[in-house]
Design a protein around this ligand. Structure first.
Ligand code: ADP
Ligand code: ZN
Length: 747
């Protein structure tokens, strides 16, 4: 195989004859090829795709550069098979950005480019829009035809008849429904010159509505501040509770960006990208919009990507991976709900879309707005350090008052009742007033633990260090980590007793218990199980809005983005997991969740009330949050992080390993540690190796080595040569390993 290191010793030859190509492969290098026969290397520009022989198969690579020399002997260099693009697929800005991304995350360039491209392009599809949509209509000659003369050709008659009644012409979808041989008929009509193609009239779209209200003083100030920085890089943190009008600020800024002839890229968390939200943008902005998310098919994704690259889409809205979309004229970046962990990719190229958006904004001299009701501690630290400018939207728009919050001390309540009596009473009176209640549970399924009443043995997953969750409908035990399913044991494998009991409460059990208590109540469950079917989430939300639901029971899927004006009561059933989570970010996540879920209460004219159930009502962070709000909480949490030298006051990289035995992991990670002691900056802290908190998952053991540095440059220093050494180390053969830069979960 023709491998090359990144920095070759040069051999004097000034003719650019070698193609340096990024190929999707775990090897951390680019690969050298000769151009295809008859094509000069000089005519192929960087950013173009080529089909190349690779090992025993062929792959699709992207030209990074042309070179005059290679470290390989000429006879060992293979010849590329085919050039796939006449123009570079990626503009220079994108290519440079992706090279930077590959270096920062220490991820192979070929795989980085691969991750950034729509699937269709990875497979070699031409980078062209799908065929323009056109209609068939009668030509002047066709209009002159007397349909009665076609009595002997009934198929032609049917189609001519239909075209007669539609002067705008008919699309192929309609024509297909007229006759199964429609194509043959169309061909003969075309041969007679009775029909012709015409542009399809555009589908009816809702007229842009503009806005009917005046921005508040705070909104106005935010808008003018960002707008004044058009054409320059500046980062803003737009902080405002749910309903404070952040989206309206995005819309106004996007509108001004479009008016200036530039494009806006808006990133939203997967869960926040609802059809209602897209409809809101479409209605407001008089400009073509590209939407990119995981629910699209390959063709739709490619069309959106091309529209963004070619500048045809003025606004691009997308989830995490949209951060890679090339833009012809970038003018504004927005990251909504910037604190959301879903911006971090958890496998392959482990990038943070929020952080990368920042890099792109800087590269393209463009302002960027990070919005949140509950900013991440990272962003707050950047405000503190003067790197971001804070824009505050202080109050909720309209007359809605912020919800009141009460803590329910579970120690003083009857044990094992998922809803303590005070909360249950509050739910009842909420329903009596004809309002809606939302109960938040952090576990789906019926019962998270299935326990032998006789000996205390728990049904555990055979492949993971995790309990099996009892699901009601199937009556089976399921592992939420690997999907293993089994029938509940008839007899306890440990003691032989037949007395298993479900313990703890998931969304199903809460719904069932509530239904028994309030038989009249209309209860709707929203979690990953109940919304698996396509459109299920939509129809659930519709029911809520139509007032056909009294109580919503859901997981964190309910925490963001949705407007529930009739909800006036929110219950958080178990706050303790977050207070004592194993990850140092657990309390930050819990605080964000409480504030986000609380933001669902009392959005209409009715004030809301929030109840938090906990066994630890005196926990200082919970107190700070409830008494003085998120700002106070985050200040306290930042102090804790500073004292513990944790991010954002330090930088982390996590080396993960998994293998059929823990011994293999430790051999590898200990070797990695020894190499790190020799090769990496001596100021770097090396923590571990340790077993992961969930030591076994999907039948494989897991362990970690954590690298911690006070300074970002220190952390990255020496990582590349270290990784190359690891890649070829003999202990690496028995493990699957990965390096996570700026991990969001330290396990
Ligand atoms: P956020 O994105 O912060 O949750 P939104 O922008 O969605 O808030 O605003 C909440 C609601 O208030 C929306 O219905 C929006 O149309 C409305 N709204 C926003 N700004 C104003 C304003 N200045 N005057 C009147 N209504 C507004
Ligand atoms: Zn499992």
């Amino acid at each position: 195989m023709q491998k090359r290191k990144h920095e070759p010793r040069s051999r004097v030859n000034d003719r650019l004859t070698i193609l340096r190509i990024a190929v999707p492969s775990p090897l951390r290098m680019s690969f050298d090829y000769w151009p295809p026969a008859g094509i000069s290397a000089n005519s192929i520009r960087p950013g173009v795709r080529l089909r190349i022989p690779f090992g025993r198969s062929t792959r699709i690579g992207i030209l990074l550069a042309r070179a005059s020399h290679s470290e390989l002997a000429p006879s060992r260099i293979k010849t590329a098979l085919e050039v796939l693009d006449s123009e570079p697929l990626l503009p220079r800005e994108s290519l440079d950005f992706l090279l930077w991304t590959s270096r920062y995350y220490h991820h192979p360039i070929g795989e980085t480019l691969h991750t950034a491209l729509p699937v269709a392009l990875r497979r070699g599809a031409p980078a062209t829009h799908s065929k323009p949509i056109f209609n068939w209509r009668l030509s002047p000659a066709g209009e002159a035809v007397d349909l009665a003369t076609l009595r002997r050709a009934p198929r032609q008659q049917t189609i001519m008849q239909a075209l007669h009644s539609c002067p705008g012409g008919l699309g192929e979808t309609t024509l297909r429904s007229l006759h199964k041989d429609w194509r043959t008929v169309l061909r003969s009509l075309h041969k007679n010159a009775w029909i012709e193609r015409c542009e399809a009239p555009p589908a009816a779209t809702a007229k842009p509505t503009g806005r009917s209200w005046q921005p508040s003083a705070a909104q106005q100030q935010a808008i003018e501040t960002v707008d004044a920085h058009r054409g320059r890089f500046q980062a803003y943190l737009l902080e405002g509770v749910t309903g404070s009008g952040k989206t309206e600020v995005y819309l106004e800024l996007a509108e001004r960006t479009i008016a200036a002839g530039r494009q806006a890229l808006i990133l939203v968390p997967e869960i926040g990208l609802s059809p209602q939200m897209i409809a809101r943008y479409r209605q407001r902005l008089q400009a073509p919009l590209a939407v990119l998310h995981s629910g699209l098919n390959e063709r739709e994704r490619l069309d959106g990507w091309l529209a963004a690259r070619d500048g045809k889409a003025a606004v691009v809205i997308g989830t995490r991976s949209a951060v890679f979309v090339p833009l012809a004229r970038p003018g504004l970046f927005i990251v909504d709900e910037e604190h959301d962990p879903s911006y971090k990719q958890q496998d392959g190229l482990r990038y943070s879309a929020r952080d990368l958006a920042m890099v792109r904004a800087r590269n393209t001299a463009t302002p960027i707005v990070l919005g949140s009701a509950t900013p991440s501690l990272e962003s707050l630290r950047n405000v503190e350090a003067g790197r971001y400018e804070r824009l505050l939207l202080p109050a909720r728009v309209g007359d809605a008052r912020p919800p009141g919050t009460s803590i329910i001390d579970l120690r003083k309540q009857p044990p094992h009742a998922p809803l303590a009596p005070p909360l249950l009473n509050a739910v009842e009176s909420c329903l009596k007033r004809g309002e809606q209640a939302l109960l938040f549970v952090n576990r789906r399924g019926y019962a998270p633990v299935y326990l032998c009443h006789n000996c205390g043995a728990i049904s555990d997953c055979p492949r993971c260090d995790a309990h099996m969750v009892l699901h009601q409908k199937s009556g089976r035990l399921r592992c939420h980590h690997c999907g293993t399913e089994q029938a509940p044991p008839g007899k306890c494998p440990a003691c032989g007793a037949a007395s298993f009991v479900p313990v703890g409460a998931g969304t199903q059990r809460i719904s069932t218990a509530l239904q028994e208590h309030l038989p009249e109540a209309r209860i709707l469950r929203i979690d990953r199980d109940s919304t698996r079917r396509k459109g299920a989430m939509e129809s659930a939300l519709q029911q809520v809005h139509a007032g056909k639901v009294d109580i919503l029971v859901g997981t964190q899927m309910l925490a963001k983005g949705h407007h529930f004006p009739k909800v006036t009561l929110v219950g958080i059933l178990d706050a303790d997991g977050g207070l004592f989570g194993t990850d140092f970010r657990a309390s930050e996540r819990l605080a964000q969740l409480i504030v986000q879920v609380s933001g669902r209460a009392g959005r209409g004219e009715h004030p809301g009330q929030v109840y938090i159930q906990t066994h630890h009502p005196d926990h200082p962070l919970l107190q700070a949050l409830v008494e003085k709000g998120y700002r106070n909480f985050s200040e306290a949490a930042l102090r804790e992080r500073r004292e513990a030298a944790l991010p954002p006051y330090s930088w982390l990289a996590l080396l993960r390993a998994e293998a059929p035995t823990q011994e293999a992991n430790f051999n590898f990670l200990e070797a990695a540690r020894r190499l790190a002691e020799k090769m990496l900056d001596s100021k770097m802290l090396l923590l571990g190796p340790v077993a992961a908190v969930m030591e076994r998952r999907r039948g494989r053991y897991r362990a970690r080595l954590l690298l911690q540095a006070e300074n970002r440059d220190t952390m990255h220093l020496g990582l590349d040569p270290w990784l190359k050494k690891l890649q070829t180390h003999k202990s690496a053969r028995r493990v699957r390993w990965s390096l996570d830069i700026d991990p969001v979960e330290v396990d």
